[in-house]
Design a protein around this ligand. Structure first.
Ligand code: PLP
Length: 687
């Protein structure tokens, strides 16, 4: 004869999960645990068919509609699951000769008691959930031939959603918590309920039966506390390293204002259970054991299922196409300067409309060349000044220093770019140039800065590291940025919106500057290797060295990748703008989450999507806990020791530096990922 079957419903709930695990370890029984997709309690035909097909000896009905607040507006479905389905389960149990164990709740009581409720005390539920559960009790008690109704309360476990897990999460996310202290009950670990259930079941070789008489039993922990006391105990029981919480504040139920009314007093008496020989443990011991168990669980089964992490940047490479371009270099035997670097320079000039383009190993070296070449050309002196923003990557100020000039910091505006008025205010007789950074692709007040540079005879250098593909209106035409700068520098570093591994481009307006830069990037040599090789044969070694130069040029492998990436740049940037619009729409109703405007006259490459919030550091940590990993671009450079001479000169940059976050923005993000980021930010940003 086959072993008798225990049929458990609600397998994915915390109680069903626990019961399924426990009964699976009982010899001489088979267990069939079904989740909602396998047995939907709103479908009566399915219940009938399933019970008749499986013919269990014991049915443990751990499925329920437990969303207490939601039930207020969803009474019909709650009644179907909690009231009507149990009636049918009871009928079907009778039909196949099965015993039935069903779970109910303290919510059947009015909750205004002063002493633990006994099973026989009058019931009077105060909300929809309680009424539907009572309907289930009444149905089973009147229909089932062999049954136990186990009323339980304040359940928690290391799985699914429950108060304990929520508190543990909030303890990592928040420094303060408010929890109600005027509802009393007995927090109960589902493990103890499952164990008590098991003790009520007699298993013989061929039979399963109930050990105790039909009826209602209260199965909760002993002892009493409030939700506030429970929260406090949860937090003080954990030595969670990432714990941020400092205090748990007590509030009243009126202050919490939940949609469904809760019983103020939910304590249940255990006399009947004890009389049946089943001992319950106090709530503190149960909690301590549950938290101890938590440390032994793998991430996979602990708490709620984890969503995949969302990173701030993930570059997308068209791998096969990149490999084909690289293969050409390898097959030809030319991976260095020339060949693909020349092809990419030509492609970049066509794409941007800029007259000159010289491919480099990074934007940093491009910025150095920009300052250096203009300095030589105009005869600027060591110690002369270049105005730039403190809210940028340190490349900008460093490269000014490489050229033995002095970075002077001007403040930023709402676009997080240089503010034209503050640039004007920072001009001194020693000012020679302005180095403007297009933050995240955004040109901000670039037009005004160019204008003032022209009026004051200052050179304009555009750090377009984030601006590959940014276009601006010039008269009636949209043009790629850089057309009006003395020199524009792009980055194709690994995480930029035109990623390679490391590369950059310097685009001088004047041919003579471009020519000097080309020599400087190849140790001052006046013929590059490619030109020498192309000239074939004699005299190719007879080059001259005109300057003390640098090894700054790019190589064909990087250029090969860049050639492919460039083909997709406009398409990629369009998707970036789409993601940015989704973020903007998501944050629009929330004035505590401020987005960065983009001037209407531009089409930004949207390398970054930045927001400003009042609890930046906390929010970053909380987002990390939620599997979201944003960035910060950038820290006010005057906070760095070597630029501390500028401390206090740019208060808006300092404030922004404490408030900005760059949210995930890349081509692998789905709209659902973006919505997840929006939801978490809305949930966690300080109001
Ligand atoms: C604004 C800005 N300028 C310059 C650079 C330097 O670029 P690269 O890494 O190509 O030298 C970066 C890189 O992050 C940047 O963000």
């Amino acid at each position: 004869m086959s072993k008798p079957l225990v049929l458990i419903t609600g397998k994915n709930g915390q109680l069903g999960y626990e019961l399924a695990g426990l009964f699976a370890g009982v010899p001489d029984v088979r267990v069939d645990a079904l989740d909602r997709t396998q047995l939907d309690l709103t479908k009566l035909d399915l219940i009938r068919a399933k019970v008749r097909e499986l013919r269990p000896a014991l049915i443990i009905n751990a499925a329920a509609y437990t969303a207490v607040d939601q039930a207020e507006g969803d009474a019909a479905v709650a009644m179907q699951v909690n009231g009507i389905a149990p009636a049918l389960v009871a009928e079907e149990a009778n039909r196949v000769g099965a015993a039935l164990i069903h779970y109910s709740t303290d919510y059947v009581f009015p909750g205004d008691g002063k002493a633990p409720y006994r099973e026989t005390d009058p019931v009077h539920p105060q909300n929809v959930y309680g009424r539907t559960k009572l309907a289930g009790e009444l149905a089973i008690a009147s229909i089932a031939k062999r049954y136990l109704i186990l009323r339980t309360a304040w359940l928690y476990s290391n799985r699914r959603h429950n108060f304990m897990l929520t508190m543990l999460r909030l303890a990592r996310e928040r420094s303060e918590l408010k929890v109600v202290n005027d509802q009393l009950g007995s927090p109960t670990w589902v493990r103890d309920v499952a164990v008590a259930t098991r003790q009520m079941v007699q298993v013989d070789a061929t039979e399963i039966s109930l050990r105790i008489p039909n009826g209602i039993y209260h199965v909760t922990a002993t002892g009493v506390t409030s939700w506030h006391g429970f929260a406090d105990a949860i937090i003080s029981n954990t030595s969670d390293a990432g714990r941020k919480i400092k205090q748990v504040d007590a509030i009243s139920s009126a202050q919490y204002n939940a949609p469904a009314k809760r019983p103020a007093y939910s304590v249940l008496s255990h006399e009947k259970l004890e009389a049946a020989g089943i001992v319950t443990r106090d709530w503190q011991t149960q909690l301590a054991d549950c938290i101890t168990e938590r440390a032994t669980l793998t991430e996979e089964i602990a708490a709620t299922p984890k969503l995949p992490p969302v990173q701030v940047f993930v570059p997308t490479f068209r791998v096969d196409e990149c490999l084909a371009e690289i293969r050409e270099c390898l097959e030809r035997g030319w991976t260095g300067l020339g060949y693909k670097t020349v092809a990419f320079e030509e492609a970049w000039k066509r794409y941007t409309g800029l007259p000159h383009a010289h491919f480099l190993n990074s934007a940093t070296v491009g910025l150095h060349l920009a300052v250096e070449v203009l300095k030589r050309k105009h005869g600027w002196a060591d110690g002369d000044e270049v105005i730039t923003t403190p809210l940028t990557f340190v490349s900008d100020s460093h490269t000014i220093l490489y050229a033995k000039m002095k970075p002077v910091f001007a403040d930023v505006d709402e676009f997080l770019c240089l503010d034209a008025a503050d640039v004007t205010a920072k001009i001194t007789p020693k000012t020679r140039a302005v180095l403007f950074v297009g933050m995240g692709g955004n040109p901000g007040q670039y037009d005004e800065v160019v204008k003032l540079c022209r009026e004051r005879g200052l050179a304009i250098i555009l750090d377009a590291a984030h601006m590959s593909g940014t276009r601006m209106r010039d008269g009636g035409q949209m043009k790629h940025v850089g057309f009006d700068a003395d020199v524009t520098v792009f980055s194709y570093q690994a995480l930029k919106n035109l990623p390679t591994a490391d590369a950059g481009m310097v685009c001088f307006r004047d041919a003579a500057d471009d020519e000097v830069a080309r020599k400087l990037t190849w140790l001052g040599i006046n013929k590059d290797t490619y030109a020498r090789a192309a000239s074939q044969g004699s005299y190719m070694w007879k080059y001259d060295v005109e300057y003390v130069g640098y090894k700054y040029h790019g190589n064909s492998i990087m250029a090969a990748i860049a050639l492919v990436q460039l083909k997709y740049l406009d398409e990629d940037n369009a998707r970036r703008r789409e993601i940015a619009s989704r973020y903007r729409a998501g944050f629009a109703p929330h004035s505590n989450i401020r987005t960065i405007p983009v001037p209407p006259s531009c089409e930004s490459a949207t390398h970054l999507f930045q927001i400003r919030v009042n609890n930046r550091d906390e929010l970053m940590e909380a987002l990390n806990q939620a599997g979201i990993f944003p960035g910060v671009h950038y820290r006010d450079n005057t906070l760095y020791r070597m630029f501390s001479y500028g401390d206090g000169t740019c208060p808006r940059a300092r404030l922004a530096s404490d408030e900005i976050i760059s949210l995930p923005l890349h081509l692998r993000l789905t709209d659902a990922d973006v919505d997840r980021v929006i939801d978490e930010v809305v949930k966690l940003a300080a109001k």
